[in-house]
Design a protein around this ligand. Structure first.
Ligand SMILES: [Fe+2]
Length: 316
């Protein structure tokens, strides 16, 4: 057991509870109490979301309000969880309701909550697709976009985020803002230490060779970047990875086949698990040791799902 895990166990949660996720005990389910949510709602009521967008320091003030309500035990727990490779992921949900229970103001509350969580663990990068520190997007039944992000009827393969940007993407936060007529579409997760073929691909001669990565037009990222799949090791010498099937641009047959076989192996691995996210909840994963994806939906003409994401780097 790592020192960090001992630290997590020594931290007595105040204003929230913790339980391991049923299908995979690495994932920590964090539930804020109704009292914490009501007090947080009140504490941040003076700041509309727009104020947080205009004044970056307010995002830290919001984060501090939430952490203070838990006697700073929430920040301790979340940071220790994210830095322990054996866990490195949490699903955060809450009991009770904020004062405004529906409509755009309710959604603003959810965004303020994910802003608090994101700033407790780090600093979100500018999301080039949306032009803010977060991105909101909708998945509908019909979609003509140029990547699989918003396409409902197919599985979005397991991948890491941040493959085609130069900024570090230590964590990914995915929040469910709204949903109607949805069946299927669960989040998919696979920890790379549970991937049966990890060693085969990590020991491969191409494991640490640069690969070229580009992005489709909608991402608003013009330049290409180069980095290996296994781009660094953590403090214990275990690999961190950056892989996504759609945006790798192999330059020769050997790279093409290595990437193809890696994609096939990850998709065939049986150790992935599904997570259903209730509206208002969020999933946060350490991006370099967790692969994430999304299962396909059942078609419905009125199907809709609104999501928010924040991707950032650790600051502690
Ligand atoms: Fe992603």
């Amino acid at each position: 057991m790592t020192a960090l895990l001992r630290e997590v166990e020594a931290t007595e949660p105040q204003g929230f509870s913790v339980a391991p996720f049923a299908a995979n005990k690495r994932l920590q389910v964090v539930t804020l109490t109704a009292e914490t949510i009501a007090a947080f709602d009140q504490a941040i009521a003076e700041w509309p979301l727009q104020a947080l967008e205009y004044k970056p320091f307010l995002r830290y003030a919001v984060a501090d309000k939430l952490d203070a309500l838990t006697g700073y035990s929430l920040g301790k727990f979340l940071n220790a969880t994210m830095r322990d490779r054996d866990t490195a992921a949490f699903l955060l949900q809450y009991e009770g309701q904020p004062e405004v229970t529906e409509g755009e103001l309710r959604t603003e509350f959810e965004i303020k909550l994910s802003t608090a969580i994101s700033h407790i663990i780090g600093l979100p990068n500018l999301d080039a697709m949306y032009g803010k520190y977060y991105a909101r997007f909708t998945v509908l039944n019909d979609d003509n976009s140029d990547s699989y992000l918003r396409q409902a009827h197919r599985r979005m393969e397991l991948h890491n985020d941040g493959t085609y940007v130069n900024e570090r993407t230590d964590y990914v936060l995915m929040q469910k803002l709204g949903e109607a007529n949805m069946e299927g579409g669960e989040s998919l997760l696979l920890h790379m230490d549970d991937w049966a073929d990890l060693d085969k691909f990590y020991r491969h001669p191409l494991a640490k060779q640069d690969i070229v990565w580009g992005a489709p037009k909608s991402k608003n990222v013009e330049t290409k970047v180069k980095h290996p799949i296994f781009f660094e090791e953590d403090k214990n010498g275990k690999p961190h990875m950056l892989f996504i099937d759609q945006f790798a641009e192999p330059q020769n047959m050997a790279e093409g086949i290595y990437l193809y076989e890696m994609g096939e192996s990850i998709e065939a691995d049986e150790n992935f698990f599904r997570v259903r996210l209730p509206v208002g909840s969020m999933l946060v994963v350490q991006n370099h040791c967790w692969l994430h994806g999304r299962d396909k939906f059942v078609s419905h003409p009125e199907l809709s799902r609104e999501l928010l994401r924040q991707r950032g780097h650790f600051t502690k």
